[in-house]
Design a protein around this ligand. Structure first.
Ligand SMILES: Nc1ncnc2c1ncn2[C@@H]1O[C@H](COP(=O)(O)OP(=O)(O)OP(=O)(O)O)[C@@H](O)[C@H]1O
Length: 366
């Protein structure tokens, strides 16, 4: 799939941007703080309905404005889409061909994008919350069921936590809330397990190409219960775990186990990547994870997603840059931000490139 047109109105430092994009590689070149990342962010936002830099949608509204919208035309193999997200003080609204879409799960998937940015490097060393967010965001791109199940689970979790804060806790009512929560959590844990297994396979393949060695990657899923293909076995295990922690939950007035406490450890040659790997190895693993996602999405929807690469050149050596751009099929539309225009000339030798100059919230084709 590819983005053929975009319009940004009062988004970040863009007052009103309209641009038409062909297929191939688009290099967004410009000095620092001109709007390169903002444009990539807008594309990712259309894909996930969330920003990779902030949880507060209001941050995305241009200073002194009250609302923004992002609208894009998407060309798929057999279909065209017109999608739009509008954010104002009342909240967020999603549209397909100007028709309102009420459920996020009905919107996500209309446009698929995968982004690599330097800040993602914190994935390995940051708190478990950051890794959960990564898994949730990536999994949401390929599974509508995951989006809706996670939504219900987090709502039930909020409800359970609010109930635990009551002066008097009725254990029978708490059990009702717990068993509803368990139903959803089992689905999430199973999906996280299958997702990580497949991502690892794809990621390992690309990492080998990139690093040209036999480094073994692994992702260990630190789940609250062991995985089992049988949902009922998992349900029973989770029920036991909740029963065991019941007194502590009541004492601490919060749910201390569950999908919101899980973590994922990235391993390299059976050692924890966070403390063992070099910066270069971490960067390559991260890139391999993202390319793994590109292929996972292709396998599921039979089309490549759009790839967004933020400042990737300053992060990779020449061999890895070329490998990254040449190992992907030419049909993948790629947007790359850079401060160095000479990079565009180098890429031109490898692929079809359109160079754009980004300056102070404007975009000019060179
Ligand atoms: N809500 C907003 N309203 C107006 N301007 C904003 C808003 N949010 C961010 N900006 C501005 O957008 C500018 C561009 O940011 P962006 O992150 O896209 O830069 P960039 O071109 O990617 O730069 P770099 O090369 O340094 O990464 C910054 O000066 C920032 O202050």
């Amino acid at each position: 799939m590819r983005v053929s047109e975009i319009r940004l109105h009062d988004f970040r430092n863009y007052e009103d941007l309209q641009a038409v994009f062909s297929d191939g590689i688009h290099v967004l070149a410009g000095k620092n703080a001109q709007g390169k990342t903002n444009l990539l962010e807008a594309l990712l936002y259309l894909s996930t309905t969330r920003s990779h830099r902030t949880n507060t949608d209001k941050d995305l509204i241009r200073e002194k404005s009250e609302a923004f919208f992002i609208r894009a035309k998407i060309e798929k193999e057999h279909k065209k889409e017109d999608i739009q997200i509008t954010v104002n003080e009342k909240g967020k609204n999603l549209f397909i061909y100007q028709n309102p879409v009420n459920r996020v799960s009905d919107f996500i998937g209309e446009f698929n994008a995968v982004m690599f940015c330097p800040d993602d490097m914190s994935l390995f060393n940051a708190s478990p919350r950051v890794r959960r967010r990564f898994v949730d965001m990536e999994l949401s791109k390929i599974s509508k069921k995951y989006v809706s199940t996670l939504y219900v689970a987090l709502k039930l979790l909020k409800e359970r936590n609010a109930y635990l804060k009551q002066e008097h806790v009725d254990k029978a009512y708490l059990e009702v809330l717990t068993s509803q929560l368990i139903e959803e959590e089992v689905v999430i844990i199973q999906q996280r397990h299958y997702f990580l297994k497949e991502l690892l396979e794809k990621c390992q393949k690309f990492y080998k190409e990139l690093s040209q060695d036999d480094t073994l990657l692994n992702i260990s899923y630190d789940s609250c219960i062991p995985f089992d293909e049988d949902k009922n076995v998992m349900k029973e295990a989770l029920q036991k775990k909740y029963a065991k922690h019941l007194a502590r939950d009541i004492y601490l007035k919060q749910t201390i186990i569950g999908i919101h406490k899980e973590d994922f450890t990235f391993m390299i040659n059976d050692k924890d990547l966070a403390t063992y790997a070099s910066q270069g190895q971490k960067r390559s693993v991260l890139l391999a994870l993202k390319i793994g996602m590109v292929y996972m999405i292709r396998d599921i929807i039979q089309e490549f997603p759009v790839l967004l690469l933020d400042d990737v050149f300053s992060e990779l050596d020449v061999y890895r840059r070329e490998k990254l751009l040449t190992s992907l099929p030419a049909e993948v539309q790629i947007f790359i931000s850079t401060t160095d225009t000479t990079e565009a000339e180098k890429i031109r030798k490898l692929r079809k490139v359109t160079l754009w100059k980004v300056a102070n919230g404007t975009l000019q084709r060179c």
